[in-house]
Design a protein around this ligand. Sequence first.
Ligand SMILES: Nc1ncnc2c1ncn2[C@@H]1O[C@H](COP(=O)(O)OP(=O)(O)OP(=O)(O)O)[C@@H](O)[C@H]1O
Ligand SMILES: O=P(O)(O)OC[C@H]1O[C@](O)(CO)[C@@H](O)[C@@H]1O
Ligand SMILES: [Mg+2]
Length: 505
Amino acid sequence: MDSTISSSASLSIPKFRCFDPTYAYSPTTANHRRSFSNFSPTFKSSSRVNMVDFENYERKIVTGDAGYVLEDVPHLSDYIPDLPIVVHKDSPRGTHFRRAGPRQRVYFESNEVYACIVTCGGLCPGLNTVIREIVCGLHYMYGVNNVLGIEGGYRGFYARNTIPLTPKVVNDIHKRGGTILGTSRGGHDTSKIVDSIQDRGINQVYIIGGDGTQKGASVIFEEIRRRGLKVAVAGIPKTIDNDIPVIDKSFGFDTAVEEAQRAINAAHVESESFDNCIGVVKLMGRYSGFIAMYATLASRDVDCCLIPESPFYLEGPGGLFEFIEKRLNEQGHMVIVIAEGAGQDLLNECMRTMDQQDASGNKLLQDVGLWISQKIKEHFAKRPKMPINLKYIDPTYMIRAIPSNASDNVYCTLLAHSAIHGAMAGYTGFTVGPVNGRHAYIPFHRVTERQNKVVITDRMWARLLSSTNQPSFLDQKDISRSKTEEVSETPLLSAENHAQEIATK
Ligand SMILES: Nc1ncnc2c1ncn2[C@@H]1O[C@H](COP(=O)(O)OP(=O)(O)OP(=O)(O)O)[C@@H](O)[C@H]1O
Ligand SMILES: O=P(O)(O)OC[C@H]1O[C@](O)(CO)[C@@H](O)[C@@H]1O
Ligand SMILES: [Mg+2]
């Protein structure tokens, strides 16, 4: 164990050891050396096969420095000399990220750490859980007692108070929605923020927030590096919209989808109870329709789901009105789920409004739920033989202001622990998150360079279409365009499907 590890850390680390040596394999034959040469950063020159067990063909154990052990499986070439390789593919293996978890080398003394936590952007279920687990994780795993909460988002570094955070202070906060630290949009002044970090002697910065927040974290990290400070900057990605790329999903998303069920259910009960009744539910999702898509798939009561990624039209053959009429004739009621960012082009055409932005530069949207409800009512007002009833439900803020559910709580804990282990081990400028099921350290630029969106030519959207039986609103031209965009927007998607393994060091 590294001498810099504090006594409390060395006691706790083995409990949490996450050791997957798959790619830390030490090649012992020419064949192996060739196939694993891509992973040379983790090649352990002093590793050795335990020959006694190996010769008995019972176990094949590779040992190396600092207790490194690989229990490998037998290979034909172990007992058939000069076994020819028939195919040796040298195709790219995809992008790999460093796997998250505790490390043998720790770069901070417990009593030297002065950590701070900040939450930025919109609310999201689980924010308090992440705060709690960072405070408790630092304390119980590494013996750290100095953690500061920055109030009110980024501007809190230079314009607001701070709160000392201890395990006692945060003990029950995971049961509450929101964030005990408060949050905000806008107010990112890099030099003032880094001045504040430097003046206070903070050396670990934990930043919880969405895509905008991670961009902010990235420039803070760059400025810290420029000043040569020993300050680790770790991002924890948050958003109910699930629009952060690379990671499997963001925390709070599951909870939001679950809560959305209550609104959809209410819309269904209402619509079933009246003649020709339409329940319209508006859900969040500014640029990405994941909440609407998953809430629809989970519910099975939704007849039509409209998201920003899938353009639609109202009038004429194949349009929304035609579909509504058909559904009402078939079953006498229907439920429409619409993501807040859907149909904004139609709305803008109608309303001729100027583009507006919030303090962080995000597009301020027109209320598409109210608009579409009005349009449906106007359309059927012209059809006296088909009077309709319409109930509009807008649960948008309700789905993000609640505490996280059980699975998000567990997820938040893993994210917090990954961030702590990374910072204590001296890594910086990273976001934590699962990539194909493995928690990893991801460089900031990878999560800020694009947004995660529903790919409407992909399987999940096809599943939704077959579940609701709604029109796709697409013609051949749209499909080709969407395919081209998919390729240019997500150039590394297929590579990321392999990005599950990271060297342990
Ligand atoms: N490009 C950027 N550079 C520096 N700071 C940024 C940048 N974009 C956003 N920020 C800052 O990050 C913070 C949060 O951004 P934003 O309001 O967009 O929310 P978010 O983190 O994307 O979360 P969400 O959209 O899920 O609510 C704000 O304080 C904003 O000033
Ligand atoms: O009204 P606010 O706080 O700006 O937040 C609204 C936005 O926040 C989000 O929930 C993302 O956090 C979006 O879905 C939504 O557009
Ligand atoms: Mg955002």
